[in-house]
Design a protein around this ligand. Structure first.
Ligand SMILES: [Zn+2]
Length: 315
């Protein structure tokens, strides 16, 4: 049994390592050996499974079908490839479907068990009709739409604590009154043109643990509570950590852990099902990133495991 065990079904982490078996596509990404080490260590905490690919029809519920069809067929321009950050290959579409399928599987887990984890996902820069920032499909919006359309959630919070604003998510859900997009991100970072929709907190370069956690407590927490969601999607970006190649904040590992603990405890206490996706993380030191990711999983298991154990005792 996994290191973390309780009398319930073990939580599962879904994964679709974006470049398993291939060289990392850009120098910002984790080297393959580090990714394998990370997955092995996550596998010691809970089972790791592959999820089914996202059905194409669910992507078409939120993305322009013509956009999807062009990308499927490789009919994209150099400018579109530059905006995405990769050259087009069939793998762009395959990875998008795999990663979004994993977020959807984890979303179903959250409905059943309170917590769902996708060890990838969080491609929050994808828009209805264009790709950017390593994001082809917006898995967050796809899951949110599926939840609303199927009647399994009525008020959805997306809590985006990646260091980059969830611009695609904010734009795609701007006119959905049943969703609130909350994003806390670096003011002087990509996307340089921020979306105004949703609730946004922009932090200065070099923000440290104390200032970050204070903003979380004084601004994010009240906004979440006031919205009264019945489902939450959490983007646990590790690019807030000091030493990230694409982040400009200065959180320590302890600060990231405290951030995650606050989010998970809030959801567990309020009994709000929560699905967690990983979003960005590009640390110069892969061991820092490994530690941050493990910390997120541990904090989730601790908060939700405790909550389940308490529920069992009170029965
Ligand atoms: Zn990011």
């Amino acid at each position: 049994m996994a290191a973390f065990s309780h009398p319930f079904r073990a939580f599962t982490a879904y994964r679709r390592a974006a470049y398993a078996g291939q060289p990392a596509p850009r120098r910002q990404f984790m080297a393959r050996e580090a990714m394998l080490e990370l997955l092995e260590r996550v596998g010691e905490l809970l089972p790791l499974e592959e999820a089914p690919d996202l059905p194409w029809a669910l992507a078409e519920q939120v993305h322009d079908p013509a956009y999807l069809a062009r990308w499927k067929g490789g009919d994209v321009t150099r400018a579109e490839e530059r905006a995405l950050g990769f050259a087009w290959t069939p793998a762009v579409v395959e990875r998008g479907l795999g990663s979004s399928g994993a977020t959807l599987a984890a979303t179903r887990d959250a409905l059943s068990w309170g917590l769902g984890l996708n060890f990838g996902g969080g491609t929050h820069h994808a828009y209805t009709d264009h790709a950017e920032g390593f994001s082809f499909l917006n898995d967050v919006v796809i899951s949110a739409r599926w939840l609303l359309d199927s009647g399994q959630a009525r008020r959805i919070l997306t809590l985006d604590l990646d260091v980059h604003q969830g611009n695609g998510t904010a734009a795609m859900l701007a006119h959905e009154a049943r969703a609130l997009t909350v994003s806390m991100h670096g003011a002087n970072n990509y996307p340089f043109q921020k979306e105004a929709a949703g609730f946004n907190i922009a932090l200065p370069d070099g923000t440290d643990d104390a200032a970050y956690l204070a903003a979380l407590d004084s601004q994010v927490a009240p906004a979440m509570a006031a919205f009264r969601p019945d489902f939450a999607i959490y983007l646990a970006g590790a690019d807030v950590l000091a030493g990230d190649q694409l982040g400009k904040l200065a959180l320590s590992l302890d600060g990231v852990r405290q951030r995650d603990e606050r989010v998970f405890r809030w959801a567990a206490r309020a009994r709000i099902p929560l699905v967690t996706v990983m979003a960005g993380g590009y640390n110069r030191d892969p061991q820092q990133l490994i530690a941050a990711r493990l910390g997120t999983v541990e904090a989730a298991l601790e908060a939700f495991g405790k909550r389940r154990a308490q529920a069992a005792e009170s029965r």
